[in-house]
Design a binder for this molecule. Structure first.
Ligand code: SF4
Ligand SMILES: [Zn+2]
Length: 356
């Protein structure tokens, strides 16, 4: 059922995609970030590819993700990709300790999405830049195995390789029926095991992305699910967690529900509760993605406190300290929704009926 819906929605979205050139799709930026060795810089780089194989498959892909809309939908030659990478990286004078995050809107370790020659070229190139300490890549678990990891690590003997995986939730039911992710906890654990088995020989780490508030989830369930998922990830040996609060991407099942008033991204108060819980109960670093915060399609409180809280979350990402909550009138609305939301699993409607 969810697959049919995801596939139909995806097919409609693909028809509407405005095709862009690889150069138009490629981009990069630099900002402060928390490295394993402390505060430093991170270069974020988006490289164009044909797109996520899972999203392109008959599954329709994940219910919250529209990265396919920013993909080429056709193969790109390794030489072209290498040139784009070189042009982007050479804009930076890397003087401080730096992490580089390579986003390809899919799986870096899947050779069908990202040519092996480019993988090798990029890793070797980055290995020569002294101040780069960490190279962060993303992959679904099915492409993660010892062989490919050893190949990658051998290109960057002096750097940390961090493999980020979109676990999304520790709950197999939610991952399958609400996110349509297409892999199980067992698959994830196998990938983490492969990473852990290489730690003796290489500086290799893992990161789990946890989605805050999948579709068909109440505010309270979303908070609890994120907390449970983080505890699970730490327990099986993940080195770092990145919480990703939902934002409404165009052309997704999540957007369809949002348009009908049956879904709303999480409150920023919920994110604070999750961060503070993680700071108290976990030993590994946890980061909250703040990109969509305070926007109409992202996590939202009210105009008065959105930006103040966003600033506090960014600070907490860097310091790993708990956030002291500020006062705002919207807090009680959130608290009531957390209490009442479970009855109908809707969000907006309850809020406005009660406080209207
Ligand atoms: S979330 Fe990841 S696996 Fe899912 S469709 Fe998007 S890029 Fe593909
Ligand atoms: Zn407020």
């Amino acid at each position: 059922m969810i697959r049919e819906l995801a596939l139909k929605t995806r097919q409609r979205a693909i028809k509407r995609i405005r095709r862009k050139s690889p150069e138009e799709l490629a981009t990069s930026w630099c900002q402060e970030d928390l490295l394993y060795s402390g505060k430093g810089k991170a270069i974020f780089m988006i490289l164009p590819t044909r797109g996520c194989s899972w999203a392109l498959s008959e599954s329709g892909g994940c219910t919250m993700c529209s990265y396919l809309s920013d993909s080429l939908l056709e193969d790109i030659k390794a030489e072209k990709l290498n040139k784009i990478f070189k042009d982007l990286i050479s804009q930076y004078r890397i003087k401080e300790k730096t992490a580089i995050k390579i986003f390809i809107s899919g799986s870096f370790l899947n050779p069908e999405e990202f040519p092996r020659e480019s993988r090798e070229f990029i890793l070797e190139y980055l290995n020569e830049i002294d101040n780069i300490e960490e190279i962060i890549i993303e992959s679904r678990p099915e492409y993660i195995n010892k062989k490919i990891l050893i190949e990658c690590c051998n290109h960057i003997p002096n750097k940390i390789l961090e493999v980020s995986i979109g676990l999304e939730t520790a709950d197999d039911y939610t991952r399958k029926y609400k996110i349509n992710k297409g892999f199980t906890k067992e698959d994830f654990e196998k990938a983490i095991k492969a990473i852990k088995s290489l730690k003796r020989n290489f500086d290799i780490k893992s990161k789990a992305y946890i989605l805050i508030k999948p579709i068909l989830t109440s505010e309270r369930e979303a908070i609890q699910d994120a907390i449970n998922s983080a505890v699970y990830a730490e327990k099986i040996g993940v080195d770092r967690i990145s919480f990703c609060p939902s934002t409404i991407h165009k052309g997704t099942v999540m957007e369809e529900l949002w348009k009908r008033g049956s879904y709303k991204p999480p409150w920023i108060w919920s994110l604070i509760e999750i961060i503070n819980n993680a700071r108290k109960n976990l030993k590994i670093p946890t980061i909250m993605d703040t990109s969509g915060l305070g926007t109409p399609r992202g996590p939202y409180n009210c105009k008065k406190c959105n930006m103040k809280l966003k600033k506090l979350i960014i600070e907490s990402n860097l310091t790993q300290k708990t956030i002291q909550p500020i006062k705002c009138n919207c807090y009680n609305r959130w608290a009531a929704e957390k209490e009442l939301g479970d009855f109908t699993r809707s969000t907006n409607n309850i809020k406005y009926q009660v406080y209207g």
